[in-house]
Design a protein around this ligand. Structure first.
Ligand SMILES: [Zn+2]
Length: 472
């Protein structure tokens, strides 16, 4: 399998070669847990889930390690905790906020069909590793202590800025917005800082005698080191993280370990906008995954996400969601049970996998599913039909689509009727089938029309069964 990935660092698509094919290692920056994740946050989770599945397919599930962190220490968390639980000690309030949010995040991304990563490290559980890195950086002259802070010295790294390739003037101008007086250089960034009263605090490194807490970037250098090693294969995240977050991760890790690279492939997904506009709470076009899941099945959200290549900006529209819903409805109507003999892999379409292996070309892969569906609608019949349907289902499932029971989909996806309604509908379908058997087609049609009037559509299958769905 010829896997090619686009690397942000070298700005080229090249063949993927793991450091160790028996342990392919990927790190992706995960959520800061203070509020419901929005649909833009879902993009890297879905994109790298597809890559995770592909890597597992190529190298074997047991040979892939995927680490996605939880950022559970952050100013936004502190602010939210104080606001939500004003009467609790801050540490207790923070624990409640982060636990609740982490739980919501797991529910949301599971509903989007994402597999759990191999490890999900939390920042606050890696303070020791962060302090070790910080002390190494100080010892080698890449970091210094100033007024209770530890700062990374950007001029100490000769080739700082390779990942984002931002002009130096831009970076300095950006850093100057708010230059702390204790910085030797405006671009230096915080590795450790003193905690304000009440904030989470740990004994500081480097002999600083006030308690403090880590800066943001150091956590990912520490967690990727702990779980994947000094150098690993793939580092991913949203394009907004390239600078400063990933640039600074690279600086910390490379200077601490004296390595030429932190990760061999840097992958970044593009921005997400909604109906052509930047998503923002003030514009009223801000959507959490949680909200969208009230209106749409998770597979529809996932499908809509994968229709755009991950490096392109995505325009999230109602029309797109509606189209995905209709497509999945058609595919589910073409559902065929798999033989269940453990050999389902033979139905996986190789052209589809090749499209994914070409830098995760999901639009091309989905186009392949569309043409497989078109084949089902074509002249093939009998056994060939069933084989085609199995191929569509197995291949769609490779990227986490068509994973629910077809009958469940066609009912639940369209607003599940109650158990009583379902009973009535099925009784009417039985009556209609009895009428058809007795060649009383007038009665059969009458029942079909009666159901149609209540929004139930029928589809008669070749094997004599009848599927039904609620029409939106
Ligand atoms: Zn990170």
């Amino acid at each position: 399998m010829d896997l090619r990935l686009y690397d942000t660092l070298t700005r080229e698509k090249r063949p993927f070669q793991p450091l160790d094919p028996k342990n392919v290692r990927m790190y992706v920056c995960g959520p800061t847990v203070y509020d419901f994740a929005h649909i833009g946050n879902a993009r890297p989770v879905v994109v790298f889930d597809v890559l995770f599945r592909l890597l597992r397919h190529i190298y074997g599930a047991e040979h892939v390690t995927y680490a996605r962190n939880i950022t559970d220490i952050d100013d936004k968390i502190n602010a939210r905790a104080a606001e939500e639980y004003p009467n609790l000690p801050l540490n207790e309030a923070i624990r409640l906020v982060t636990e609740k949010t982490e739980c919501q995040f797991h529910e949301d991304v599971a509903a989007l069909g994402c597999l759990p990563p191999t490890v999900e490290p939390r920042a606050t559980e890696h303070i020791a590793e962060m302090k070790t890195l910080i002390e190494r950086l100080i010892a080698t002259g890449h970091a210094y202590v100033a007024e209770g802070h530890v700062l990374f010295s950007v001029p100490s790294m000769k080739d700082y800025g390779q990942l984002s390739k931002r002009p130096l003037d831009d970076m300095i101008a950006g850093a100057r917005v708010e230059v702390a007086p204790y910085k030797r250089d405006p671009m230096d960034f915080v590795l450790w800082k003193p905690s304000k009263p009440g904030e989470p605090a740990w004994p500081s490194p480097a002999g600083i005698n006030t308690a403090g807490r880590p800066g943001w970037h150091i956590e990912c250098s520490a967690m990727s080191w702990k779980h994947l090693g000094e150098t690993f294969d793939i580092h991913g995240g949203g394009i907004d993280l390239v600078f400063p977050h990933h640039e600074n991760e690279v600086a910390q890790s490379r200077c601490a370990f004296h390595t030429p690279v932190m990760a061999n492939y840097w992958m970044h997904n593009g921005f997400l906008q909604v109906e052509g506009a930047k998503m923002s709470k003030s514009e009223g076009n801000f959507f959490t995954i949680h909200d969208l899941l009230k209106d749409w099945p998770g597979e529809v959200l996932r499908f809509n996400m994968l229709r755009t290549h991950y490096r392109q900006p995505i325009d999230w529209t109602l029309q797109g969601l509606t189209e995905c819903m209709k497509t999945l409805d058609r595919w589910y109507l073409a559902d065929a049970p798999l033989p269940g003999d453990g050999g389902e892999g033979r139905y996986l379409d190789q052209e589809f996998v090749s499209a994914l292996a070409d830098d995760l070309n999901t639009p091309m892969a989905l186009a392949r599913l569309h043409s497989m569906y078109a084949e089902i609608r074509g002249p093939a019949s009998g056994l060939a039909q069933i084989e085609l349907k199995r191929k569509l289902k197995t291949t769609a499932q490779f990227v986490g689509l068509m994973c629910v029971d077809a009958k469940d989909w066609l009912t639940r996806a369209h607003g599940a009727p109650t158990a009583d309604e379902t009973k009535k509908i099925e009784a009417l379908i039985d009556a209609r089938n009895a009428a058809r058997k007795a060649k009383n087609f007038k009665e059969a049609d009458r029942i079909r029309d009666e159901l149609k009037a209540t929004g139930i559509e029928l589809e008669d299958k070749k094997d004599g069964t009848t599927l039904w769905k609620v029409k939106r």
